[in-house]
Design a protein around this ligand. Sequence first.
Ligand code: WT7
Length: 653
Amino acid sequence: MSDSPVFDDLLDEQREFPPPAEFAAKAVVSGDGLHRKGQDDYQAFWEEHARELDWYQPWDTVLNWTPPHAKWFEGGKLNITHNCLDRHLGTWRRNKAALIWEGENGEVRTLTYQQLHGEVCRFAAALKGLGVTRGDRVAIYLPMIVEAVVAMLACARIGAIHSVVFGGFSPESLADRINDSSCKVLITADGGWRRGAILPLKNEADKALEKTPCVEHVIVVKRPAGEPFPCRIKGGRDHWYHRLMESAANDCPAEEMDAEDVLYILYTSGTTGKPKGIVHTTGGYSVGTYATSKYVFDLRDDDVFWCTADIGWVTGHSYVVYGPLQCGATVLIYEGAPDHPEQDRFWELVARHRVNVFYTAPTAIRAFMKWGDHLPAKYDLSSLRLLGTVGEPINPEAWMWYHEHIGGRRCPIVDTWWQTETGAIMISGLPGVSTMKPGHAGTPFPGIEATILDEQGNEVRTGSGLLAITKPWPSMLRTIWGDDERYVQTYFTKWDAQTYFPGDGAKRDAKGNYLILGRVDDVLNVAGHRIGTMEVESALVDHPAVVESAVVGRKHDIKGEAIVAFVTLGGGRSLDDALRYDLKAHVVQKIGAIARPEEIIFASDLPKTRSGKIMRRLLRDVAEGRVLGDTTTLADGAVVEQLRESYEEKYGG
Ligand code: WT7
């Protein structure tokens, strides 16, 4: 984690960007009052923000902490969709745009809060009509269309637990996720547009449905405009969304949920081959996403907020749907790819929709840099007033480029560190308060307590160590679906049961700004997507030719990390181009295109420590060409042996 030249530069980053006076003057929060409140009494801080939302019944206790299990706002009753929708209907916001959606083909759909409320109620009633009730699990496998937001909110409205699966995951991954939480309903679409082609989601879903006996109903959205993509509708099981909507009741009261009732499950990769179903509950998650949206994105009523994440990831849950809608914001949603039809699509969208707050990922920023300064320069981006980044460490060049070419040197940048597990932003500057430093996520959000520890749990004051969160927070995960033991083991045994281990390395500057160094476990971050090395390894070993495999990340200019797989093959087989192609295709088929290895390297033998652990650090050195000139092969057993010896001399066995 600290052997990166990028980070070595960063450690003495001297450039500082205090909040522009003009921005600070109008900011939702300025001065250090909010941070101080959070430090003085973190529970009181969160309680104060809980009070800004509507509850059917107030809570009895703010926090019940039986480490490592937390319950927030126990006794309280609420429905997050009431706070996202109904609450705004009694105000002028009723006719304010909640969603502005643009399809890849340029089609635009705008829904006011009232209209969105209507759609959500109708679909919630339709789900009820299919027998979906409180606590049932519903899988959502949709492109970035309005119905994806409607589906999530409709589930939440009736107390069903949604499990959104990113549309780029393979049928097999979809089936595993559906089965893990035994979803009763799957919501999908005939297709979705991506780079001018149609992603045949229903056809993919059909392959998953062969292996998911728990699914009783499938709802298929006909992607608006254009020809419906040919797909099979199985009588009795499959229903067109628009048909259900035609006959659904217009009204569907929101269920009164307990604060600790499960809101959703979202699967993410861990260090084993099996993804973890991260469980978020209603009350704390509402409060966390609401407060962070309000302060980090400085949301104002006349803003257009654009978070470019897909709803298949947590960023899409917290900052496309739940956070901004609770704030009553106008959210822009774009269906397609940033380079379709041209590489200026995002800037054209920003200019045309007059976007004010823009939130994206470093991998996208690096791609924009590569595509050229002239593209954003063609557009009037003067509506932008605040920029954000999330998903991986941002290199200072990319930060500076974003600042200059997108933000016109006038927009603060919030670099927000958080995770699927944390539910909401944990470390970030506040745009009207904090002095920003390129590459630094800044300080913990008010009410969040973090530190840096070494393996033994001693605080690290200078130098790098492991990021630790030392107090519970409202939007924290509550468990892993069906595997509480794994929850405890993964997050709360590194030091003690009070201290959350996120799996990231970090460092602090003298002013307490955090520099996040990236994962310290066997989890890769490829283009902002979290992929477990073990998942890819299992997919490779599943191929008949592969005996053993080891997967590592190699630095990549755009993606941050690219996947490199070392394989040993059975029966004296050698690796030719056909087999390489086949192995890559096999991984795509098992997991999805996001996990496609960039390179496959043949190894006659994998270097392991005496205790049998694969020496990943060495393999990363090989993959990045730091040892061995030719990285395409580790064919010679003697070479591997030699590597092992020199490695053990250097790092110990
Ligand atoms: C991992 C979490 C949270 C939304 C997207 C990813 C990395 C996230 C930052 C940042 C440096 C970051 C961490 C973290 N990460 N944001 N601002 N600076 N690293 O969610 O898939 O759960 O991944 O993403 O390594 O552990 P996720």
